[in-house]
Each structure stands twice: as structure tokens, then as C-alpha cells.
Design a protein around this ligand. Structure first.
Ligand SMILES: [Zn+2]
Length: 484
């Protein structure tokens, strides 16, 4: 068990904080200098472990996007920015949180989350890039750790859960009793915000990254301004992002002044951004009638591209409402006009899958994987279709050929569990279900699945050894979490 010595100065609107304040007056600790030798407090190995625990814990507290196309987009825009940042070789992981609140956050280990609500209020791709660039800068400038000091002896799982709750602005039941007690005992101190200097530095460094990645530096002040104006409508319920990244007038004018030093030019959005935003709107929309109206009014206005994107939205909405004939018609037209755009052909294949027309769905996906061999969003959908169509053997083969990055996603373990269940190998199925639960922050359920696996038929010597090892590991994690 590795313990991190740690004190974080961070964003916070944690309601348990006030409870803790009543119980114990938490002592203030002086922040170390901005320029100190950050990075010595936590080793890269510890940071990786902390980041992974943070990401697992997030799953139990909020809804992380599972749509592979959306994941593919956020990862690609994030990595494009990382490549032009001042730490291009650092590990980063990007994901979308399917929540309507406006929020974006950077956790340990380079885990950067962007809420669907924030994506939807961006009006240009550069605005989204400016938020991601700013969060990347918080990571590369090690703001999370600069204010860290050896004061707490929390275990990684507890620390990760606590940090997740703070960055999300929620007090989740998943935040363990141990974390609450640790805060009450004053062994951890959480402050409200990144410092103003941290924010200014993240703006400055983020803008360099933004410009180097060929996004519009002017979109940063524009977006901050929109955020600031939006607070008017929120009253007490200020978006979490603004609590953790307060946007002041001077910050906006500083950012604007800096942006003006870049030459003016046009920065067209990528189609991938427009299509992703459209899909996010359909998937997170609670009133389909409103979403319908939104796309219908955009069908006949704006540029050709905007009209096509509105059509795509209508097709996705029809598919969501199981109007398969309508979805089929629109996707067919889109695919005919734009045969090299994977999203349209994938929508068409998905329509056949959801309509349970499996021979057609499989034929379409197979063709798509030949046309776009590196597109793992399509590969994952194809595997889902194979399982629905009753072809677990082929699904197993396709799962084995996914990249190691994709094999680390919870969806991989979930599909493996389903595949083994269909292959009538219950022990392996429970084993992968255990990995899925562990990856999504439910270690107790992981323990139960391992026990079910051990009692299943077909446990050979090799598998028995793996199960024992994993059980020991999960039990230890649980123990650590409960004790601190
Ligand atoms: Zn910030």
C-alpha cells in the first residue's frame, strides 16, 4: 500500500466542508512558493496510481460518457493540444462527463474531464479547446501539487475519492466515511480555489498551447466572458467551473490583451466537433421535442455544413426514438453524399443494429471496419453488434485486436464479460465483470464477482491463480479505503 503525503489546495464547494469546519477549525497552512521544486512530493509512479484511482472513483460519483465516438473526439482534440503543450510526453486522458452543469476539471495523472453542459455552450471549437488548454496547463504547471505538503496520511483510494468529490462539487455517498473523518480531524485541508496566480498562469500557458495547436486565441476571452455573463442566471447555483476557476474582469481583460497580440485570421471548426456536439445534444437532451425543434429550425439556415449537421441531429434523434425508417432514410442520404465521413455510415449501421436487422448491421459494420481500420469507435460498435447477433467467437477475436489504450476502458471489460457469458464460460465472465466493477469504482462488487468466478465451473489452475491474486488485490483496496 502506497500512501501519499499530501495536502491539496483546491477547488471546493463541498458541503461537508462546512460540517467539518463546525467540528474542528481546520488550521491554515502556508502555501509553498510557486516556483518551488514541485514534483518531488509525488513520484510519477504514485501519480499514475493516484490518477487511476481518481478516475475509478469518478465513475461511482458521476456519469462518464460511454459513447465511443464522443470519447474518440475528446481524446483527439485533447491529445492535439497536449502535443503542442510544454509537456508533450506527459500522459493525459480525456473524457466527457454526461452532466448538464458547466464544468471541466483536471485531476492527478493528467485525467481531464469536460462536462457535456460545457461542450454545449461552446459556440466554436476553439472555445472548447481554450478550456482544455487551460486545464492541461494546470496539469503541466503542477498546480495540484504546488500547494501540496506533507501533512496528511490518506491512502490513495480515499484521497482520490475526496479529490473527485471536490472537483465535481458534490458530496457523494461514495465519498467514504474515512475521507469525511480525515477532513474533520484536520489532517487534510482543502481550500476553495486554485490561487489567482495559478489561474493566470493556466490562462497564459493555455493560450500558448491553443495558438500552437492552430486554435483561435481570441476564443479564450470570448468564452470566459460568456461564462461570466451566464452566472447572472444561476444565482446561488454558480457553475462548478466558475467556483474553481473564478473569472474576474481583470482576468478577462488580461486574456484579451494577450490574445490581441496574435494575428487575426479565420479558424473554421472541424466537422468532428460539430458532429460530436450534435450527438452530445441528442444523448443528453431530456425533452426530445425541444431537441427536434432545435434541429428543425437549423435545417434551413446557416451554411451548407450547418444544415448537414442539423440533418445528422435529426437522424440521431429518430434513432433515439426508435423511428428506424426515418433514421435509415436520412443516414442513407448523408452517407451517399459524404461516403468518407465515418459517423454517417456508422449511424446507418447502428440503425440496422437497433432495428435488430442483424445481417444488414453486420455487413455494414464489416465494410466500415475495412474502410476505417484504425477507427476503434467503429470497432467497438461492431463488437456490440456481433454479440447481439449471436456471434461471440468473432466478437472475442475482434476484442483481442483492440489497442491497449481501448483495452483499458471499462467498456472493454464489460464486452469481455458479455462475450464469455455468451460462450458459456461463466468463470471468465465473472472475472471480467469484476474488472469492470473495479474500473468503475465499485470494489465491493468486484470482490463478489471474483467469489462467483471461483465457484463457477471450468476454473483451471491458471485461472484459479489469477482469481486468487485479484481477490487479494481487491480486498486490500477495500481494506485501505475503509481504514482511511
Ligand atoms: Zn483554472
Amino acid at each position: 500500500m502506497i500512501k501519499i503525503s499530501f495536502m491539496l489546495t483546491l477547488a471546493l464547494s463541498l458541503s461537508l466542508y462546512s460540517a467539518a469546519q463546525q467540528a474542528v477549525e481546520i488550521s491554515k497552512i502556508e502555501l509553498p512558493d510557486m516556483g518551488d521544486s514541485s514534483g518531488t512530493l509525488i513520484t510519477p509512479e504514485e501519480e499514475k496510481e493516484f490518477g487511476e484511482a481518481f478516475f475509478r472513483s469518478l465513475h461511482s460519483q458521476i456519469r462518464i460518457n460511454e459513447d465511443a465516438e464522443i470519447q474518440q473526439y475528446i481524446e483527439s482534440i485533447g491529445q492535439k493540444l497536449v502535443a503542442n503543450s510544454d509537456a508533450p510526453s506527459n500522459p493525459f486522458h480525456f473524457f466527457v462527463v454526461m452532466e448538464n452543469d458547466i464544468n471541466a476539471f483536471a485531476g492527478p495523472g493528467g485525467y481531464i474531464g469536460v462536462n457535456s453542459g460545457l461542450i454545449l455552450i461552446t459556440e466554436e471549437e476553439s472555445e472548447l479547446a481554450s478550456v482544455i488548454g487551460h486545464e492541461i496547463a494546470h496539469v503541466t504547471q503542477r498546480h495540484l501539487y504546488r500547494a501540496a505538503e506533507a501533512s496528511s496520511r490518506l491512502s490513495i483510494p480515499t484521497m482520490a475519492a475526496t479529490l473527485a468529490a471536490i472537483l465535481l462539487g458534490t458530496q457523494s455517498p461514495a465519498l467514504g466515511q474515512a475521507a469525511i473523518m480525515a477532513i474533520q480531524a484536520g489532517s487534510v485541508q482543502f481550500q476553495i480555489n486554485f490561487t489567482r496566480e495559478n489561474e493566470e498562469e493556466a490562462d497564459r500557458v493555455g493560450m500558448q498551447t491553443l495558438a500552437a495547436s492552430h486554435f483561435d486565441p481570441r476564443s479564450m476571452p470570448t468564452f470566459f466572458e460568456r461564462l461570466q455573463q451566464s452566472t447572472r442566471y444561476y444565482g446561488q447555483n454558480i457553475p462548478e467551473f466558475l467556483r474553481t476557476h473564478p473569472v474576474t474582469t481583470s482576468r478577462i481583460s488580461d486574456t484579451r490583451g494577450r490574445a490581441e497580440t496574435y494575428p487575426y485570421k479565420q479558424y473554421p471548426d472541424t466537422l468532428a466537433y460539430l458532429l460530436t456536439k450534435t450527438k452530445v445534444r441528442v444523448l443528453t437532451g431530456t425533452e426530445d421535442a425541444d431537441t427536434l425543434k432545435y434541429f428543425q429550425t437549423r435545417l434551413n439556415q446557416g451554411t451548407t455544413e450547418q444544415r448537414i449537421v442539423a440533418k445528422y441531429g435529426l437522424a440521431l434523434l429518430a434513432l433515439k426514438e426508435q423511428k428506424f425508417t426515418e433514421a435509415e432514410t436520412i443516414f442513407q442520404a448523408l452517407k451517399r453524399d459524404y461516403p468518407n465521413q465515418p459517423q454517417y455510415a456508422a449511424g446507418l449501421a447502428r440503425t440496422a443494429m437497433n432495428a435488430q436487422n442483424y445481417p444488414t448491421a453486420l455487413a455494414r459494420y464489416k465494410k466500415l471496419t475495412e474502410q476505417f481500420p484504425d477507427n476503434e469507435a467503429i470497432a467497438l460498435e461492431y463488437i456490440t453488434a456481433l454479440l447481439k447477433a449471436g456471434s461471440p467467437k468473432q466478437a472475442q477475436k475482434n476484442l483481442a485486436s483492440l489497442s491497449s489504450k481501448t483495452q483499458k476502458l471499462p467498456v472493454y471489460s464489460e464486452l469481455m464479460a458479455q462475450t464469455y457469458s455468451d460462450l458459456k464460460q461463466p468463470a471468465e465472465s465473472h472475472r471480467y465483470l469484476a474488472e469492470y466493477y473495479y474500473a468503475t469504482g465499485s470494489t465491493q462488487d468486484a470482490v463478489m464477482q471474483i467469489k462467483l468466478a471461483q465457484r463457477s465451473k471450468g476454473v483451471n489452475f491458471r485461472l484459479a491463480a489469477i482469481l486468487n491474486e485479484r481477490l487479494r488485490f481487491f480486498l486490500n483496496e477495500e481494506q485501505v479505503r475503509r481504514n482511511r
